[in-house]
Each structure stands twice: as structure tokens, then as C-alpha cells.
Design a protein around this ligand. Structure first.
Ligand SMILES: [Zn+2]
Ligand SMILES: [Zn+2]
Length: 308
């Protein structure tokens, strides 16, 4: 009995110690960057791996991109770390039941769709179903656009047909992401090059669409986003300022710990490194503190209508 009492007392002491530590850990991870950070593109990792990544990269909140099959895992992570996560959902849109499955998840707490990355046409029936579902629930949809990427196939093509879709679905909030979206930051897009290098030619389709369409947003994640920021710093700084209310930080990082462990990419800007850290560092260098805060925190909270 005494032993049990002592055990319980020890337990409550250690719980109190843990509780006292937790705010310090949160404060440390939040203070590393000039403002709190929300990561809008974090694929669900097994065994609570997302938590190690957000703590390691100094991220306060993240959107877990989750397949309908992983819904339970995402729900458990959200419950385990209150206030740290929200969830987007995707299903295989080449299958007839995809829309019904995603609709069920949207009714059950998911606050967006994505990422949607399939070998389908940007203006085909599969994507039109997605655009309609996003409008029906008034949630954004994150889409992977990829063409001219040798070996990896094409996703949501042709990119040049995207403006017609954004115009045709004005109630759908599009979040653009990936190779083709960021290659088209420049007016000249070299063929068969996933990550173009060198100076940017003004007037690119992505730049023009962000100006023209209020329902288009951009996700700066992955090597595609990091590469776009690294090509031409002068252009990038003006681009961030010009679209300061439309751009959102995300990482899409495969590393384990928010410090680059397990990063296998050989791309020069992210090789051996955490994409979250590299992109946040680039944003810090290129943007004013006010623009940095909009891009890494305020825009996503406003778009997703989640409390900051
Ligand atoms: Zn992607
Ligand atoms: Zn990382």
C-alpha cells in the first residue's frame, strides 16, 4: 500500500515535471524563427514521426496530408498533440468511390483536400469532381502539378489548361504545388527539366495567375518551391512581396528529425538537409519580418479558418 502510494506520488511528480517542461519546449521551438510557423504540407509519417519533425524544425502547427486509409492514424496524432495539427485528406481519384470517401472525411473533421497527385488531366472528370467537392465544403485543395519531369511521369496536366479551370470553378480554392507550378514562375520553361536553374524571365504563367485569380494560392514546399526561391534572389524577393497574401510555407520534407536525418535527395539546395529549415531560412533572408509572418503563419490561418 505504501509502495503504491509512493509510486503514485512519484508518478504525479514526474507528470508535473513533464507539464512544466512542455511549455519551454514549445517556446524554444517557436522562438527559433521570427514568427510562429504553420507547415501546410507535412505528409503523415508513421509512429508519431510528424511530431519529431515539427519539434526539430521549429514548427508550431502543421497540416497532416492523409490518405483516407490513414485517417485513424491522423486522428490519433491530432488527439495526442492538441493544438498542433489539422488534417487534409485524399483518396485515389482514379477509383469511382473516391469522392464519397473524401466527403465522409470532410464531414468528420478534415479541413482540406490533398495532396491530389494522380496521372490525370487537369480538366478531366476526376479533377472536376475534386474541384466541385472542394467548393461544396468551402475547403482548399492542394494539387501536385508535374510535367517535363523525366522518369517520374506527369501529374494533373497540361499545366497551361489550369487557368481555364480556376476560372470555371470560382468557388474552389486552389493551392498550387510541385514542379510545373514552380517552373512556371518564369516565362521561359525549359523542356524536360524538373527544376530549372538560372535567372527568371518575368511574366510566367504562375506569377500571372496569382495576380489574376483571387481563388489561387501557392504552397512553397519541396525542392520545387525551394528551387524557385533560389534561382534569382532579386526576383524572388519581389515575388514574395507581390503575392504576400497568397503564398504559404510548407515543407513536404522526408527527413526524420527536422534536421535532415534520412534526407536522400541529391538536389543541391536540400541535399542532406531538412527542407523545412532550408525554405524557412530562404524566406527569412528574402522577406521582411511582416511578409515572413504572413507567409508562414497568417495566410494559412485565414484560408483554413483555424485559430492562430
Ligand atoms: Zn507533391
Ligand atoms: Zn525535414
Amino acid at each position: 500500500m505504501l509502495n503504491r502510494r509512493r509510486f503514485l506520488s512519484r508518478l504525479s511528480e514526474s507528470v508535473a515535471a513533464t507539464a512544466a517542461l512542455t511549455p519551454n519546449i514549445a517556446a524554444q521551438s517557436g522562438s527559433e524563427w521570427p514568427s510562429p510557423v504553420l507547415d501546410i504540407h507535412l505528409h503523415l509519417k508513421p509512429n508519431d514521426g510528424n511530431f519529431e519533425h515539427i519539434e526539430g524544425s521549429g514548427v508550431r502547427q502543421a497540416i497532416l496530408l492523409t490518405s483516407v486509409e490513414q485517417d485513424d492514424v491522423a486522428k490519433a496524432a491530432i488527439a495526442q498533440h492538441p493544438g498542433r495539427y489539422a488534417q487534409f485528406v485524399r483518396a485515389d481519384i482514379t477509383k469511382p468511390d473516391a469522392i464519397a470517401k473524401m466527403r465522409a472525411c470532410l464531414k468528420d473533421g478534415a479541413i482540406g483536400l490533398g495532396e491530389i497527385n494522380f496521372h490525370v488531366a487537369v480538366d478531366g472528370p476526376e479533377m472536376r469532381g475534386v474541384y466541385e467537392l472542394a467548393a461544396e465544403f468551402d475547403v482548399p485543395v492542394t494539387i501536385h502539378f508535374q510535367e517535363d519531369s523525366p522518369g517520374d511521369g506527369e501529374f494533373t496536366t497540361p499545366f497551361k489548361s489550369l487557368p481555364a479551370m480556376i476560372k470555371a470553378y470560382p468557388k474552389t480554392k486552389f493551392i498550387g504545388h510541385a514542379n510545373a507550378f514552380w517552373a512556371n514562375i518564369s516565362a521561359d520553361v525549359p523542356p524536360n527539366t524538373a527544376y530549372p536553374a538560372g535567372k527568371i524571365k518575368p511574366g510566367g504563367l504562375t506569377d500571372r495567375m496569382l495576380t489574376e485569380f483571387p481563388n489561387l494560392y501557392a504552397d512553397l514546399s519541396a525542392n520545387s518551391g525551394r528551387n524557385a526561391l533560389g534561382r534569382d534572389p532579386e526576383f524572388a524577393a519581389a515575388f514574395l512581396e507581390r503575392h504576400r497574401t497568397k503564398l504559404m510555407f510548407g515543407c513536404d520534407c522526408p527527413c526524420k528529425d527536422g534536421h535532415g536525418a534520412g534526407q536522400v535527395s541529391q538536389a543541391p539546395l536540400i541535399k542532406g538537409r531538412c527542407v523545412a529549415r532550408e525554405t524557412l531560412t530562404a524566406l527569412k533572408q528574402l522577406a521582411s519580418p511582416a511578409v515572413f509572418r504572413e507567409i508562414v503563419w497568417e495566410n494559412s490561418h485565414r484560408l483554413l479558418r483555424i485559430p492562430a
